[in-house]
Design a protein around this ligand. Structure first.
Ligand code: FAD
Length: 409
């Protein structure tokens, strides 16, 4: 383990999270971990110095949960990817999504996962994992078949459907940083498809009609089509990927400007969706799941609230898994609506308008510090079992933050 203190030249590079609003939270030290043994040593160092301990993967947590004034475990050196002939892929917990897509593609494989190229595989998987192949293959955590975890007492366990099966259940969707430090993840990979990336764009003035059509179409589209919708200050755009010929369905009648790129490899398709996206901007984010469409008067109010709206379709394979099969409880939702932007008040205003129509469920990977009944929002009926497992695996509540299963210390 390399211990990086504030006077080290790497300290400022390593401590910075993806979201600049958490830049000022400075760790007492950073433990750079290149192996499971390094993680054990870091835990022991934290215990002996009485520092709190926080793992960091890709550093993208919307609530800043991988930033700390204690000991930050930088897992980024743990990023190797290996693939067995059976298609099982073992991925180091510090790998980022763009390298996961590129690494697996060399074997003709991929996993269903998110779009942000620098999002960390561990944080994403532990809280679920929504992405463009999700309606076809489920959440990222639905493809997880095993994980290696260093527990709070320094013991290392490998969990899967047979060994430590309740820990394996909990890791699939409860959210990161709760039960131990995951050092590697094994996935049942899927074929890396060639696919078509589409972008349908309209001037913002058409947003209300596009949202109305999208709500009754995208969540019920064939599994091979994932069409997200985003509204910003200038335009409304429906974008995504399809594994078959692109059919814009009822959106065709709204005469969009269409940009299609066919036959892209999966890593190229993913990369093309984040082209031109500004890095390092302050994003406040609040979101909720919905089981029925938003009425037109609510949509009209949302469009005046002053923040970006991001709609993600659910349905498909996400919803074919029982609520209690994994810790991720949100298996009956039609779509996720995220309100995002640099102005926190606008984000809150927008969220309250939509909240009246939401299911009350919140994606654990989009944590929201404002939530009061967060156990029900994040975990639904799976919360009591998760609480019991937290006591079993981390009785001293070593892994904690506000809204964590053991409460904040
Ligand atoms: C720009 C951007 C794009 C995004 N795109 C998507 C998307 O397409 N799909 C989607 O589903 N989500 C997306 N998200 C949300 C994302 O899934 C979460 O922010 C996720 O938690 C990020 O993981 P991370 O490792 O990058 O973050 P981190 O901040 O490093 O970690 C998040 C949490 O997990 C814990 N953690 C990290 N590594 C470990 C580990 N090895 N063991 C135990 N705990 C660990 C941390 O302590 C923290 O509590 C996006 C977020 C952003 C900011």
């Amino acid at each position: 383990m390399d211990l990086i203190r504030p006077d080290h030249s790497l300290y400022d590079v390593l401590r910075r999270p993806a979201l600049p609003q958490y830049d000022d939270i400075r760790p007492a030290a950073i433990a750079r971990c290149s192996s499971t043994e390094d993680v054990i040593e870091a835990l022991s160092y934290a215990r002996s110095t009485d520092l709190s301990l926080t793992p960091r993967g890709g550093g993208h947590c919307f609530a800043g949960r991988s930033s700390t004034t204690g000991l930050m475990l930088d897992l980024s050196p743990l990023s190797t990817i290996s693939v067995e002939p059976t298609g099982l892929a073992t991925i180091g917990a510090g790998a980022r999504l763009s390298s996961v897509y590129r690494g697996l593609h060399e074997y003709g494989l991929t996993i269903p996962a998110g779009c942000g190229p620098t999002v960390g595989i561990a944080g994403l998987t532990l809280g679920g994992g929504l992405g463009l192949l999700g309606r076809r293959y489920g959440l990222t955590c639905d493809r997880l078949v095993a994980a290696t975890v260093v527990l709070a007492d320094g013991n290392v366990v490998t969990c899967d459907a047979e060994r430590e099966d309740d820990l394996f259940w909990a890791l699939r969707g409860a959210g990161g940083g709760q039960f131990g430090v995951v050092t590697s993840l094994v996935f049942a990979a899927v074929p890396s498809p060639a696919a078509t990336r589409f972008k349908l764009t309209w001037p913002r003035i058409h947003a209300a009609e596009v949202i109305a059509v999208w709500q009754s179409w995208a969540p019920d589209a064939p599994d091979d089509l994932t069409a997200s919708l985003t509204v910003n200050a200038d335009q409304v755009q429906v974008f995504g990927a399809t594994l078959t010929a692109f059919d814009p369905g009822p959106l065709a009648a709204l005469a969009p400007e269409i940009d299609l790129r066919a036959d892209l490899t999966w890593p190229a398709l993913k990369a093309s969706l984040s082209e031109g996206e500004p890095d390092n901007r302050i994003i406040h984010s609040k979101s909720e799941f919905f089981r029925s469409p938003l009425p037109s008067d609510a949509v009209a109010q949302l469009l005046n609230a002053g923040c970006e709206l991001n709609f993600t379709p659910m349905g498909g394979a996400y919803n074919r898994i029982p609520v209690d099969a994994t810790a991720f409880a949100h298996r009956r939702e039609r779509f996720l609506l995220e309100h995002a932007g640099p102005d926190r008040n606008a984000v809150r205003r927008s969220w309250s308008i939509a909240h009246a129509y939401a299911s009350g469920a919140v994606y654990p990977n989009f944590p929201d510090p404002d939530l009061t009944d967060w156990p029900t929002a994040y975990h639904g009926p799976n919360y009591p079992r998760l609480r019991d497992l937290k006591v079993k695996y981390d009785p001293g509540n070593v892994f904690s933050f506000p809204q964590s299963l053991g409460g904040s210390r």
